[in-house]
Ligand binder design. Structure first.
Ligand code: SF4
Ligand code: SF4
Ligand code: SF4
Ligand SMILES: [Zn+2]
Length: 455
């Protein structure tokens, strides 16, 4: 028995044409069903747990139109990015790519690094991208410098300094950590230039995992990079690509490891593998990790220290895009979660994007009002000790389920708060920018590369 629970538009994974899609509930799972007039029907798993899927609706934010948009056309999402007047969320994080080169060639790469074009924008082009961000995004402004691998550019400290001097409030550096492991002086320069935190890819604690995700055993490099960050005082978010065929059974030990590295490690971000960029297969449902799959594994593998119930949508992105928990790491190493679905959605969803930007800018610093403070407890020393501890010894565990052509929904694109900036003055939802068809055609990435790459 199946039941229709919603309608949206999606993309055909073969030709990227925008096509209508129906959401159906079947065997306690949610599927997208869509039909391309040329390439036929697709049925794709998007969520496990129908009640849970529908329950997320209570976290939906009030639609906010960006104060300024670069495109005038309307009514043709996702083909007219961006942003256009139909977009219903502000930007809380801007991804700025400064190269498509990389010192690795991972078999799985969201950004299709080292392929087709040589994209190495000059400092003047980068200045222009910062200016676009300053023109369109409200403060505090958070930028993630990304690639490819940004550390292959020797002028990275200049790029970071330029951003800070122009008025970017928070800069995080997306990196595989290889150069930062080998060259602590470069790490120091990057920190001195103004990087606030690393967004550091870390897929697990076995060399074997890296052979599958990165093509070679990188465990020693990963551990060395963390050691160097401890030495220079650089905060890190560990970013772990999760696949059911590679490391879904290891998420508990990754959280355990992260706890042991607090306060250098501020968070673990689990990134279910999405099939865009470079990927070797046409995905089946069994190749997917949905958000509920991941959260159940976390609950089981941490033996209930973090429960599904501790993860809430940020309400900044679409409610089916992400989930986040925040915990204090106690003296005995256990986690004391501060977030719970039982507390209900945040009271004022219209300020969520502002709050999220501020939170990123504060390095996910402990948000005092996420705690329920009892007046009596407030006066006790025990409470004071706890709050002091929480300010430095905290760990966020979060996830975002990027969309690929198979799972895409225009209602999620239109509600996106994480945007890639392009040299021609546009902000495009991150996964929309990266999406490609089965045979490699993109809606936005290749067009941008073709226009701005060295010939
Ligand atoms: S994703 Fe947003 S900006 Fe892009 S076309 Fe859709 S509504 Fe417009
Ligand atoms: S996944 Fe990251 S490290 Fe690997 S090739 Fe792509 S950009 Fe480089
Ligand atoms: S980047 Fe993709 S998954 Fe993340 S908020 Fe935007 S649309 Fe959702
Ligand atoms: Zn098609």
């Amino acid at each position: 028995m199946n039941k229709v629970i919603g309608h949206t538009n999606s993309l055909c994974p073969k030709c990227l044409r925008t096509i209508p899609a129906t959401k159906i509930a079947e065997d306690d799972k949610v599927y997208l069903i869509k039909e391309c007039p040329e390439h036929g029907t697709e049925k794709v798993l998007i969520w496990k747990g129908v009640e849970d899927y529908l329950d997320m609706k209570r976290y939906a934010s009030v639609p906010v139109r960006p104060a300024k948009v670069a495109v005038k056309e309307t009514g043709n999402c996702p083909n007219i990015c961006g942003l256009c007047p139909d977009h219903i969320q502000n930007t809380c994080l801007v991804v700025m790519e400064i190269t498509n080169g990389c010192n690795l060639k991972c078999p799985l790469c969201f950004a299709s690094a080292n392929e087709r074009y040589r994209f190495n924008p000059s400092l003047e082009v980068i200045r222009g991208m910062y200016q676009t961000i300053l023109d369109y995004v409200e403060h505090p402004i958070c930028v993630q410098i990304s690639g490819g691998e940004p550390t292959i550019r020797d002028d990275l400290p200049d790029i970071i300094r330029m951003g800070k001097e122009m008025g970017i409030d928070h800069i995080e550096l997306n990196t595989n950590g290889v150069r930062l492991a080998d060259d602590i002086e470069f790490l120091k320069n990057v920190k001195k230039a103004g990087v606030d935190t690393l967004y550091f890819s870390f897929d697990g604690l076995q060399g074997e995992i890296y052979k599958q995700t990165c093509g070679r055993d990188l465990l020693d490099k990963k551990l060395k990079c963390i050691e160097n960050c401890e030495k220079v005082g650089m905060g890190i978010t560990l970013v772990c690509v999760v696949s059911p065929n590679i490391n879904l059974d290891r998420v508990g030990e990754i959280i355990d490891f992260a706890k042991s590295k607090v306060p250098t490690v501020k968070g673990v971000h689990f990134q279910p593998l999405a099939y865009f960029g470079r990927f070797p297969i046409t995905p089946k449902d069994s190749d997917r990790v949905t958000i509920p799959d991941l959260l159940r594994e976390i609950e089981e593998q941490t033996k209930g220290e973090l429960r599904v119930d501790n993860f809430i949508p940020t309400s900044c992105a679409n409610i089916h895009c992400d989930a986040k928990s925040m915990s204090v790491v106690m003296e005995d190493g256990s986690l004391f979660p501060l977030t719970s679905r039982a507390l209900g959605p945040p009271k004022d969803t219209s300020t969520i994007a502002n709050k999220t930007r501020k939170e990123i800018a504060d390095l996910w610093r402990f948000v005092e009002d996420s705690l329920i403070i009892d007046e009596e407890d407030d006066k006790s020393n025990e409470w004071g000790d706890f709050v002091d501890r929480a300010k430095t010894n905290y760990l966020t565990v979060s996830t975002m389920a990027f969309q690929d052509a198979w799972t895409s929904e225009t209602e999620r694109f239109a509600n996106c708060c994480i945007h890639t900036v392009t040299p021609d003055g546009k902000l495009i939802p991150f996964c929309l920018f990266n999406i490609n068809s089965q045979d490699g055609k993109t809606l936005y990435r290749h067009e941008m590369w073709a226009k701005f790459s060295e010939k």
